[in-house]
Write a protein that binds this ligand. Structure first.
Ligand SMILES: [Zn+2]
Length: 195
């Protein structure tokens, strides 16, 4: 009888230990992991440098003798300086633009693409998945007429239109709500008045 009791106690112990480990494991895997916890902002500066030519700034293309409006921002840097991916995505295009030189495009989702122009070297082929901060290219070319110093021409296309990269770079996950403006329409107020 004592022996049977002992086995039962052992079984209870084993069950207890099993439950303890099961709960510990569940607590471990159920920790909420915030989305994009590894990045501070959805888009980061692709080159460490100062912005010399702004979005929509008018510049003179001396070679073609025309004035153009800038479709992105020029970020100044050193010859050979590495360019990183502004956000996670897939390399969707590599080519040569007559107005910006060697070009790389990253598709981030259905609506957003980032463009990197005036590149010296490209390190990733089309179809590569890249993470935010990953080295994709280097600068040092002189193919973008908007600035004569070594720079990266960086653009953001949203729904087929160029938008100001500085606005997008300013978005920060910790304060994203300040960029959301809820507009009330007459229809919204009808909800209150209908009761
Ligand atoms: Zn430019």
């Amino acid at each position: 009888m004592f022996f049977v009791n002992l086995i039962c106690i052992h079984k209870k112990c084993a069950a207890g230990i099993f439950l303890f480990f099961l709960f510990s494991f569940l607590i471990l895997i159920c920790q909420p992991v915030p989305l994009y916890s590894y990045c501070k902002s959805p888009f980061i500066m692709p080159l460490n440098g100062s912005i010399t030519v702004k979005f929509r700034q008018v510049y003179r293309d001396e070679e073609k003798e025309i004035s153009r409006r800038h479709t992105g921002i020029d970020i100044e840097g050193r010859y050979g300086q590495k360019v990183i991916a502004a956000a996670n995505g897939m390399v969707s295009y590599i080519g040569f633009s007559p107005t910006g030189g060697r070009t790389l495009v990253i598709k981030h989702n259905k609506n957003i693409r980032t463009t990197y122009l005036n590149l010296l070297q490209i390190y990733v082929p089309v179809g590569t998945s890249v993470k935010q901060g990953e080295v994709i290219a280097s600068i040092g070319a002189e193919d973008d007429p908007s600035s004569s110093s070594y720079h990266l021409h960086f653009g953001i296309i949203y729904d087929g239109k160029y938008i100001d990269p500085e606005d997008v770079l300013a978005i920060d996950y910790s304060s994203i709500s300040k960029f959301i403006h809820l507009k009330y329409l007459p229809f919204d107020f009808k909800l209150y008045y209908s009761n």
